[in-house]
Design a protein around this ligand. Sequence first.
Ligand SMILES: *Cc1c(COP(=O)(O)O)cnc(C)c1O
Length: 377
Amino acid sequence: MTERIQNFLASRRHDGPCLVVDLDVVRENYNAFAKALPDTRVFYAVKANPEPKVLKLLADLGSCFDTASVVEIKLALEAGATADRISFGNTIKKERDIATARALGVDLYAVDCKEEVEKIARVAPGARVFARILCDGSGAEWPLSRKFGCVPEMAIDVLEHAHRLGLVAHGVSFHVGSQQRDPAMWDGALASAAMIFHTLADRGIQLAMVNLGGGFPTRYLKEIPGVESYGSAIFNALRKHFGNQLPETIIEPGRGMVGNAGIIRSEVVLISKKSDAEDDARWVYLDIGKFGGLAETMDEAIRYPIKTARDGSAMVPCVLAGPTCDSADVLYEKDPYFLPVSLEIGDLVLIEATGAYTTTYSAVAFNGFPPLETIVI
Ligand SMILES: *Cc1c(COP(=O)(O)O)cnc(C)c1O
């Protein structure tokens, strides 16, 4: 935890759970990406944390923005980004939202099928499009499944179709899966991207850009490679597959930009057991759960570091759960979480590395619990 967050929390009475985001950490992350991938433009994935102050800082630092909806496009514009720094990166868009984006000046769109290309050709003639290809997501702790992208062979047809309809076939994109702990995972996708570039060049269509997506991890409990390892693995893969004709590249970090910049403070509401049996599991209930912002504990995928004032005393395995009346609101049970045996009801705990994918996932008022409060410092 940073000293700034520590000082801020020390001065604040705990009422409900809150997320505190330190802008200094976001700035350091942005600079680290810029240094590790010096020839690559950064398009911050707005969905990871769309707090206006975070977006403003990134806009001031020169970042571009990857958006998924008209609301996110407007947030990026309000933060000071011009429309030429915004990409509409969702492959699933309503035609009227594309028209609105176009009216706002956005000129860069993701597609993964001919049907989506046709919508764009109708309401945003002449726009630039890039085709998203499928990635298997292995090595990622929050894989993105088969919902987005098409096979590389189909991406060729999709881009050719776009070209025929008067759009600019601009490039190829992929996402290797979120919290990707293996920098080598970009290699296979870049091999496919190069194949698409070469095939289309033979048909007289010159692509320009490869969108390397997000996936850059943040530090939870396990060690992760540094951002420079990702930079060099990606650079080497680009050289291997594109030789001397390197394409223009962009990255879309979300988690890696803001994850470690935030900490949630939460309170222990209850500690109990289900029977008097000696070996019965101890249940610890916090005032935040799956519906309060910790949605990524789904299937126990993301395991957050949790700090308490009693760390150092003996640790015991606990089932960790949220406060709501939905039985799905259990964070860690299959793989119990070790917490101090001396932990007491009313203790405050710090849930670290929660700057990404927390506030935006929190329910508005399920069971009357308010959405997660965010304070940006
Ligand atoms: C969510 C998303 C990202 C960000 O992914 P991270 O793993 O958080 O870096 C990037 N690009 C697209 C298209 C996304 O949907």
